[in-house]
Design a protein around this ligand. Structure first.
Ligand code: MSP
Length: 503
């Protein structure tokens, strides 16, 4: 039987191994992971890619400063990336390094293809370069005192022979594409920014360097290395091994459904990358979403300010679920988000320990105490029951709709509103009073209350699983349920699936 599942290919940016990753990077990967997990829950065949962007002058200089080779330098740091993602329970299917041979050969093939087509030509580059951002700038775009207009750091004068890519050639095709695909760039504010940028006129882009050698060699002119962004963007395709065998992965997953990136690199992903693909006559990704930045106590994180937050101690102290929950629920995707430790601690205590933790613990304790741990299936008995069973199904639908819309915090909010409702349901049904009654009707109501609580938790566990993947299956375990791994979003939209007699 053929594989008929719909595919969903989602990527994070590949991170520079120039330093350890901080909570800003952790935020981006956690958002992607949550979307990937949600899509799996929704029945998609998901491919989730992350990786490392290892070439370029900045890395070469950092390695030299430590007296090791660039590859030794990046390997150390990349091992740290992988350890962090494991600790955060990131469910990536692959990890691409731009130093992988599988990547290098695809970059070389695509560079050659664009060259043979006449879209890449050799000339002299003279202008400015922001090494930390690996970005070329013309004089008129610079900030005051020759600084990078993006990051504000000083730029360097560059004069060297370069290959150039004819970006400008694809202006009309790009504008037409954007008009026909209004959802391609998200959020909309970024889309308008990019249209303005392109309409101002694009210069050809320098796509090779000769003043250092830590990069992928231009195959037909090896004193040149491929410009790090031309190299890096190709990762989304090279990871699918398009030229291996019959290119099965590539055929299955390309074009990507979503490139999730930070707002400052939207330009590379929505202008340069699509124009490269137009030149190469390859399909364009379906969507690029530019998320906002994590700031700390209201300030941008920077080494010089010493306010860079390392996620590892936070995970060690509070757990991966806590950090994930905070990052995903506090920030509206697309906006900047502010991290403060007191706010983090308050929020996870209130929402995870109190609201969710108490609902679970109270429910389990009562089922144990009143019915010896056995759940008996009951249909709605009264208005309260009807209220919560209807709300459960509605919550699952709202959650799904918000997730499909990339409104992660709204999706989470809807589940916590339901959790709040269920805590209130306990107070309203007063099981401890029903338990003392000899009345048959009260006994039945108690049974019904326990069933409604357990069912609610079954549904909650499914819905929160993309956000808190460590805790969610534990809820099922505590309820005595099995098969959490194969539960789907559809199972959350149906009330009454816990079989009677579940212990
Ligand atoms: N290597 C390039 C990406 C190449 S993708 C083909 C790069 N690397 S980076 O390590 O500098 O940044 C990677 C991602 O981390 C970017 O999307 C960036 O927006 C994100 N973040 C870096 N600092 C951030 C915050 N403070 N907050 C949120 N995301 C941030 O750019």
């Amino acid at each position: 039987m053929g594989d008929t599942k719909k595919t969903y290919y989602i990527t994070t940016p590949i991170y520079y191994p120039s330093a350890k990753l901080h909570i800003g990077h952790t935020y981006c990967t956690s958002v992607a992971d949550t979307i990937a997990r949600f899509k799996r829950l929704a029945g998609y065949d998901v491919r989730f890619l992350t990786g490392s962007d290892e070439h370029g002058q900045k890395i070469q200089r950092a390695a030299e400063a430590q007296g090791i080779t660039p590859l030794e330098y990046t390997t150390n740091i990349v091992n740290g990336f992988k350890a962090l993602w494991e600790k955060m329970h990131i469910s990536n299917d692959d990890f691409i390094r731009t130093t992988d041979e599988r990547h290098e050969k695809v970059v070389q093939a695509l560079f050659t293809k664009a060259y043979e087509k006449g879209d890449i030509y050799k000339a002299e580059y003279e202008g400015w370069y922001c090494t930390p951002d690996e970005t070329f700038w013309t004089e008129q775009k610079l900030g005051p005192n020759h600084t990078c207009p993006d990051c504000g750091r000083p730029v360097e004068r560059v004069k060297e022979e370069s290959y150039f890519f004819k970006l400008g050639k694809y202006t009309d095709q790009w504008l037409k594409f954007i008009e026909e695909n209004p959802d391609f760039i998200q959020p909309e504010s970024r889309r308008n920014e990019m249209i303005q940028f392109v309409k101002q006129g694009l210069e050809d882009l320098a796509v090779s360097r000769t003043s250092f050698d830590w990069g992928i060699k231009v195959p037909f002119d090896p004193k040149h290395v491929v410009y790090v962004w031309f190299d890096a963007l190709v990762n989304y395709i090279s990871a699918l091994s398009p030229f291996d065998g019959d290119g099965e992965l590539y055929k299955k997953y390309w074009p990507a459904d979503l490139h999730l990136v930070g707002k400052e690199i939207v330009r590379f992903h929505t202008i340069i990358w699509p124009m490269m693909l137009m030149s190469l006559e390859l399909p364009l990704p379906k969507k690029v979403f530019g998320h906002g930045w994590m700031i700390v106590d209201g300030t941008k994180m920077s080494k010089s300010l010493g306010n860079v937050i390392d996620p590892i101690p936070l995970i060690d102290t509070y757990g991966a679920d806590s950090l994930r929950y905070y990052l995903l629920s506090e920030i509206t995707l697309g906006n900047d988000g502010n991290f403060t430790l007191p706010n983090f601690v308050t929020k996870i205590n209130a929402d995870l320990s109190n609201d969710l933790g108490n609902l679970l613990n109270r429910t389990i304790a009562m089922i144990e105490k009143y019915h010896g741990g056995v759940i008996t299936k009951c249909d709605d008995m009264d208005d309260l029951d009807r209220d919560v069973s209807t709300l459960a199904v509605q919550t699952a639908k709202d959650f799904e709709a918000a997730m499909e819309n990339m409104e992660l915090n709204k999706a989470i909010k809807s589940v916590w509103a339901f959790i709040g409702r269920m805590n209130k349901y306990i107070d309203e049904t007063m099981p401890w009073v029903l338990a003392k009654s000899e009345d048959a009707h009260d006994k039945a109501r108690l049974q019904s209350a326990m069933y409604h609580l357990a069912e609610a938790l079954r549904i909650i566990a499914i819905l929160v699983s993309p956000v808190i993947p460590v805790g969610a299956p534990k809820i099922w375990d505590q309820l005595g349920l099995t098969g959490f791994g194969s539960a789907t979003i559809e199972d959350a939209k149906v009330w009454g699936l816990i079989p009677t007699g579940t212990k």
